[in-house]
Design a protein around this ligand. Structure first.
Ligand code: EPU
Length: 342
């Protein structure tokens, strides 16, 4: 096998472009390379960190152990009955390129998730979601490597325990799975999901189908969210907190302008962006180079020379101010690698 690189510069593999090195680093482009890398790490008893493009991660300046960049390519139609398709996308494929590949072939169902940064393999970890739609609703199964049983294994969508920005892959009971590919159920005649008010408004009165939805989602994201290639960021930095119905009711009385959204079970999601904006954090620069984006209070950005410590300091300050004003505990959304939870 190819030897891992020592003290590799992996700053390009974290969305905030913070200075970062991997103690040992390998780019994995096949299933057999993955198995070889894991046995290399087992022989030396070093920890493993698995990354896609790192677009939703904040990492310590030195990631200990073996860092794997999952770059296995491949897009394949596994089954096609003329109406429904089963498509397998390998972990290393870029997510947005896959969405475009599918849409160009008339394989629909993923349009609302266009332009989300990152890889296919990272998408199930936080069950990516946008514009009223979550990845989970199109996942048939996730093909993984099980590090305990030392074998490849297929997890059904139910096995993945998908939730709002959550799955088994984020939790300790799923930490032994490495995602190798994802199987999606797509449709030639998908019913468009246009529940998100902003998307509905953007589409207006004109007739629309999957192509128009994809275009509008791309337009909305480009207009509202900074391009990580120009202004490093990890998308939403906090989750929208879900609270019980009675709490949501009393919040509505005290803060009638705060948007609330339907959520799972007897809960309602509150707008973290609105709360952070209300408290005056938008367009602020803190800790030297780390700040909050001018046009969206839920996006933390690195203006150039930011550090992981600066990111966590600002996150803590924001969380404290939200807690003080609203008695709401915000939860950090990106994965923290080698860092304590703020
Ligand atoms: N708002 C403010 N100030 C701001 C920004 C927003 O008051 O600076 C208020 C506005 O009222 C706006 C509302 O917050 O209508 C909601 O904003 P937005 O539509 O941008 O949605 P969000 O709740 O901030 C969520 C997801 C995004 C996803 C959008 C669209 C989470 C944590 N974030 O953001 O996902 O793109 O909805 O569906 O659920 C991501 O996960 O990285 C991400 C970008």
């Amino acid at each position: 096998m190819v030897s891992p690189e020592s003290m590799a510069d992996i700053a390009h593999l974290n969305g905030m472009r913070l200075p970062a090195r991997g103690e040992h680093f390998l780019r994995i482009d096949s299933e057999s390379a993955l198995v070889d890398a894991l046995s290399w790490a087992a022989d030396r008893d070093v920890a493993i960190t698995v990354l896609g493009e790192g677009s939703n991660t904040v990492m310590h300046p030195l990631v200990q152990g073996l860092v794997l960049e999952m770059a296995i390519p491949g897009l394949k139609v596994m089954d096609d009955d003329g109406t429904r398709l089963l498509v397998r996308a390998a972990a290393g494929e870029n997510w947005h390129s896959f969405v475009l590949w599918a849409a160009e072939r008339g394989f629909h169902g993923l349009e609302n998730l266009a332009l989300i940064p990152g890889t296919v393999g990272a998408a199930p970890v936080q069950n990516i979601g946008a514009y009223g739609f979550e990845l989970a609703s199109r996942v048939r199964s996730v093909y993984c490597y099980d590090r305990v049983l030392e074998e490849f294994k297929t997890l059904s969508a139910a096995d993945c325990h998908f939730g709002y920005r959550d799955s088994i892959f984020k939790r300790t009971d799923g930490a032994h799975y490495i995602i190798v590919a994802v199987d999606f159920e797509l449709d030639r005649n998908a019913i468009p999901v246009v529940t998100y008010p902003e998307l509905k408004q953007a589409l207006g009165q004109r007739p629309y189908g999957a192509v128009e939805i994809l275009e509008e989602v791309v337009n909305l994201r480009r207009a509202k969210l900074p391009d990580p290639a120009n202004l490093p960021n990890v998308g939403s930095f906090f989750k929208n907190p879900a609270v019980p119905l009675p709490v949501a009711e009393s919040m509505k009385v005290n803060w009638p302008l705060m948007p609330q959204y339907p959520s799972a079970g007897e809960t309602v999601k509150l707008s973290a962006a609105w709360m952070i904006d209300y408290l005056g954090w938008r367009d602020a620069t803190h800790e030297g180079a780390i700040g909050i984006y001018r046009d969206h209070a839920l996006i933390m950005v690195n203006h150039g020379a930011g550090s992981a410590a600066g990111v966590l300091n600002l996150a803590t300050k924001i969380m404290q101010s939200v807690e003080n004003e609203f008695q709401i505990a915000l939860e950090i959304e990106p994965s923290l690698i080698g860092l304590p939870a703020a």
